[in-house]
Design a protein around this ligand. Sequence first.
Ligand code: 6MZ
Length: 361
Amino acid sequence: MEWLLSVPKVELHAHLNGSIRDSTLLELARLLGEKGVIVFADVEHVIMKNDRSLHEVFKLFDLIHILTTDHKTVTRITKEVVEDFASENVVYLELRTTPKRNDSIGMSKRSYMEAVVEGLRAVSAVDIDFTPHNTDGDPVNDMITNDICNGTTRKKIYVRLLLSIDRRETTEAAMETVKLALEMRDFGVLGIDLSGNPIVGEWFTFLPALEFAREQGLQITLHCGEVPNKKEINRMLDFLPQRVGHACFFQEEEWKKLKSSKIPVEICLTSNIRTNTISSIDIHHFANLYAAKHPLVLCTDDSGVFSTTLSKEYHLAASTFGLGKREMFQLAKTAVGFIFADDGVKQDLEGIFDLAAKKLD
Ligand code: 6MZ
């Protein structure tokens, strides 16, 4: 585990509001309890509960959003989430979040995202690169501050943003999110995610916004196959997104399509087990995809909600599927090929992995 902690890692599927520290959530709940907005004792029980069905997870998100959706708190959780990932040597993080509108406190989707960017600016425990076109000509080695051997150098993390469309949203609301993503490209927004309760909403509601996003050059990742929905899974695969998340309820036809398309899969082991989307870890499709050399990347999904970390996900994969250090390092490194950021960032990350390979030998 210690070794996996020290390996540089790439996180491509992390929801901001799912990645909050328990201690922060409890503190926020206590405050709202004191104000009489919620009953703290009831909420404490819900936050600390460990096993939840997929349905219960979405109920928990509604509660989390009550606790977090004001500008100051959005800024705070963004800062903390980034620092937490960096502390376990995540060197590149694609953080996704659903821009939220809350008229009662003067929050628009844009001001929500500005609060997120403020959180990135507030990161102080580590060095952060979150704006694109950072082409100041620095040699790669200057960029490498992730020293895996001694704790004296400051860690550095690249952070880029994906804006999520929630499946509860209308076509208009989804379109608003895509337009916002386009306006915020200079703040590191690279693409669009489709997420939310998979039993809610219809593919055709989101399609116009996703097509527009693609036309405009945004990259797209879709939550795909979190519930059995053959038609939707096929439509999603036919859309050819740049990546898909989960891919749990695929049947032979869909596996074939996925494999021939070579669409990388964001694998979230603990999330799938905790929500019972996959009944047991040893039959997880990771094994089949890995053996087929299909592009895949291990991710946390919601490190707060599922009490996990990326290092724990790597450990779980290594211990369940019998992978050694060499394979795990390679798995971490190949994820660089699936990031949405530009070639300059890819080269920097490859430099970080090459340096780490020498030190870990
Ligand atoms: C689908 C998920 C998810 O956007 O408010 N979300 N959507 N499947 C999952 N697997 C369990 N986990 C999280 O982060 C929380 C939101 O992300 C989506 C849900 O829409 C949830 O409300 P943000 O930062």
